[in-house]
Design a protein around this ligand. Structure first.
Ligand code: GLA
Length: 405
């Protein structure tokens, strides 16, 4: 990930991280190990992972990292290189971790790993990372996967239990539901676990079937534009959308006399048949977004595999309009960023990415026009919003793993 703006840190310095770890926790004869998991972008398929839909995320090279060491006690200690203070919880009472001001993600992951039968040990952790917090790039899923992989690897019975990254992704999702209050889908944790360099992941969230699709954009590149408007997923808007689509599923099943399990089991034709039978309100808009977005993912994956980038870009723009107008998950800053990018000649596709309500857009821009794009979009955006945005060239990286240094 090349920094092209004022991002404060870009590369993890493992040597420094180790020195800081020893400064905080002291020397010991146990080994200090390092684990990392990436953030993600989502090319298309927004807010449909929890409706059994298809999504198309890719892991970034921006990541969450931890240094970790067994401490021979029954306590898990957590620190971060950019936070004051030590956060701890006891393995006999992981539930208490819900109350931590910071560290509830890690406590939740360890709680669910133990429920799955992993004999987790007392450990000291020091976290670091390069994912801008609150930018909609899944820093929380990355922390969950880093913690899950580290804690499972250092558990007593790892030889018997093994490491299955998809199971760890599901554990991360459970932690988010039960310890963090966000009723999220599986996309972020899956992408953080299963990312592959230079590939996107076409994931069916109904059954977790997936394939890696090479992301070759030829003379174009992906630029992330951060609105620098913090998104707050914990806020009730995300959970409210989930309730709305649950209600939407009941309504469309009733309208069509069906009993399908997921909104994404319905086709565009089904929706057209049902439309006049559904109350004309926001729930109907949500249903329409979900069903058409799922179809858009299929089309987008097809045109991308044929190398038709301008068709791909067109589908991304449609997807943004849908998430903005029908699903109402964008807001002034994201829509402004999108509109400005669409007015730039060498940008052939743009849309918000991730949970929304702030965060980033992704933009497909001619490589030779990168600087001009950043200059034009940056200054227009600032003049319209008063906010200085950040831009990053997207590098697509690998999923959760141990780093040997
Ligand atoms: C957040 C959630 C994901 C997904 C996206 C929207 O990132 O964590 O599960 O629902 O929003 O696509």
């Amino acid at each position: 990930m090349k920094e092209v703006s004022n991002m404060n840190k870009n590369e993890i310095n493992y040597k420094q991280l180790k020195e800081l770890f020893i400064k905080y926790y002291g020397e010991s004869d146990q080994e200090i190990r390092f684990f990392t998991s990436p953030g993600r972008i989502n090319l298309i398929g927004e807010h449909i992972d929890y409706c059994g839909g298809l999504v198309f995320p890719a892991a970034l090279t921006l990541s969450s990292v931890c240094a970790v060491r067994l401490n021979g006690t029954n306590t898990v200690n957590l620190r971060a290189d950019d936070l004051e203070g030590l956060y701890s919880f006891d393995l006999d009472n992981t539930e208490a971790g819900k109350e931590l001001k910071w560290g509830n993600y890690q406590a939740g992951v360890i709680h669910h790993l133990m429920n799955e039968g992993y004999e987790v040990n007392g450990m000291d952790f020091l976290f670091s990372g390069t994912i801008p917090f609150g930018s909609g790039l899944s820093s929380s899923a990355a922390i969950e996967l880093t913690t899950a992989l580290a804690s499972a690897t250092l558990s007593n019975n790892v030889a018997e239990k093994g490491i299955d990254l998809i199971k760890l992704a599901l554990i991360g999702q459970k932690a988010e539901h039960t310890f963090c209050g966000v009723n999220c889908g599986i996309m972020d944790q899956f992408a953080s676990a299963m990312g592959k360099e230079n590939s996107a992941i076409l994931l069916n969230c109904a059954n977790l079937d997936y394939k890696h699709v090479p992301l070759d954009l030829g003379e174009y590149t992906l630029i992330l534009a951060n609105t620098c408007k913090k998104h707050a997923l914990g806020s009730s808007a995300y959970n409210k959308r989930r309730e709305e689509v649950a209600e939407g599923l009941i309504r469309i099943n009733n309208a069509l006399g069906t009993s399908k399990e997921n909104l994404c089991d319905f086709t565009e034709d089904d929706y057209i048949k049902a439309e006049s039978l559904l109350p004309a309100d926001k729930i109907r808009d949500r249903i329409k977004h979900v069903i058409f977005e799922n179809e858009r993912v299929k089309k987008a994956a097809d045109v991308l595999s044929q190398g038709d980038l301008s068709a791909f870009g067109e589908i991304l723009r449609e997807a943004h309009k849908s998430i903005s107008e029908l699903y109402e998950c964008t807001g002034f800053e994201l829509d402004t960023m999108f509109d400005i990018a669409c007015g730039f000649e060498d940008c052939i596709g743009s849309r918000m990415t991730g949970g929304g309500f702030g965060g980033c857009t992704i933009n497909i821009v001619k490589k030779t026009s990168t600087d001009k794009f950043i200059e034009f979009v940056g200054s227009e955006y600032t003049s319209k919003t008063g906010i200085t945005p950040e831009f990053y060239i997207c590098d697509i990286g690998n999923g959760a793993r141990e780093i040997k240094i």
